[in-house]
Design a binder for this molecule. Structure first.
Ligand SMILES: NC(=O)c1ccc[n+]([C@@H]2O[C@H](COP(=O)([O-])OP(=O)(O)OC[C@H]3O[C@@H](n4cnc5c(N)ncnc54)[C@H](OP(=O)(O)O)[C@@H]3O)[C@@H](O)[C@H]2O)c1
Length: 270
């Protein structure tokens, strides 16, 4: 399925025709980049895997005649963030999708603390730094800007056996909600997208085995369509179903339900 013409027209009128997607080499980020390229947006695409970025760039040019600038780098490292910001400084990027991120799971007590700290560097610190840079850049430009943050359904309560990942997404959700109101008068639209389980590279890296899950396109399309219209989106039916059911419970009950869910996702680790 493609983005609706009226959505594409609205996005281009408000934000111009350049977008940046971090973590575009797989999963939800690749779906964002593909849908935007198909709709005629020029792109900056990032990730650590150079080959995948180059092949997407060629594919987008051949199939949609759009420019897709690949920028390789590990965004958990300050140097890579700085060079991404420097290399894109001459472009007027109206839509910024800060999607790169990863999860961890299992017993916190036995976790690799360097990996958990790296998660905070990528999921939180890099997002904060890029948000600050792009919101300042957008403020200085005359037309509107939009920044999309990848939160998660795990952001709305603590999650035993994925506590650090859930906390990183709670940080993103809270940051986005606050900044959405603060930056609106400056013409900057913030959207926090909070998907439930999505079939991507995420589960393998997080060492989870998720049951039911959505495809990256099931979530990317509604997220792009909600830019400038909402501040928080639960994309896809499965996400809405899971989060709305949890909403009926007190926070302590939600934590217990998520504990059961995560114990299913990590059963193979025992
Ligand atoms: N899948 C889910 O169930 C789910 C649910 C809710 C929210 N989310 C969030 O959605 C976002 C996208 O995840 P996904 O499901 O699409 O997972 P994915 O398929 O593993 O994609 C993650 C993307 O982030 C990039 N990335 C990972 N580590 C990086 C690093 N250190 N520096 C730069 N780029 C890095 C990866 O590219 P390289 O490997 O090339 O670096 C890849 O393109 C994440 O923020 C995730 O937390 C996922």
């Amino acid at each position: 399925m493609k983005l609706k013409n009226k959505t594409v027209d609205r996005l281009k009128k408000n934000y111009g025709n350049w977008a940046l997607v971090t973590g575009a080499t797989s999963g939800i980020g690749k779906a964002f980049a593909t849908k935007l390229a198909e709709s005629g947006f020029n792109l900056v695409i990032t990730g650590r895997r150079e080959e995948q970025l180059n092949s997407l760039s060629t594919e987008f040019f051949d199939q949609h005649k759009v420019e897709a600038i690949p920028i390789v780098g590990d965004l958990s490292q300050k140097k890579a963030i700085e060079s991404l910001l420097e290399e894109t400084n001459h472009l007027s990027i109206g839509i910024v999708i800060l999607n790169a991120g990863f999860g961890t799971s299992g017993e916190f007590i036995n976790s690799n603390i360097q990996n958990e700290l790296n998660l905070v560097d990528l999921n939180c610190k890099s997002v904060l730094e890029m948000l600050h840079h792009f919101s300042n850049k957008m403020k200085a430009e005359t037309r509107k800007g939009a920044i999309v943050l990848l939160s998660s359904m795990v952001a709305f309560q603590g999650v035993p056996n994925a506590a650090n990942y859930a906390a990183s997404k709670a940080y993103i959700q809270s940051l986005g909600e606050g900044l959405a109101r603060e930056l609106k008068p400056l013409g900057i639209d913030i959207l926090c997208a909070a998907p439930g389980p999505v079939k991507s590279g995420f589960a393998d890296r997080a060492n989870m085995k998720m049951g039911m899950s959505l495809s990256p396109y099931d979530v990317a399309l509604p997220i792009i369509s909600a830019i400038g219209k909402k501040t928080t989106l639960l994309p896809g039916f499965l996400t809405k179903f899971l989060v709305y059911n949890l909403r009926l419970l007190p926070r302590s009950g939600k934590i217990r339900v998520m504990e059961k869910v995560m114990s299913g996702f990590t059963k193979h680790q025992k």
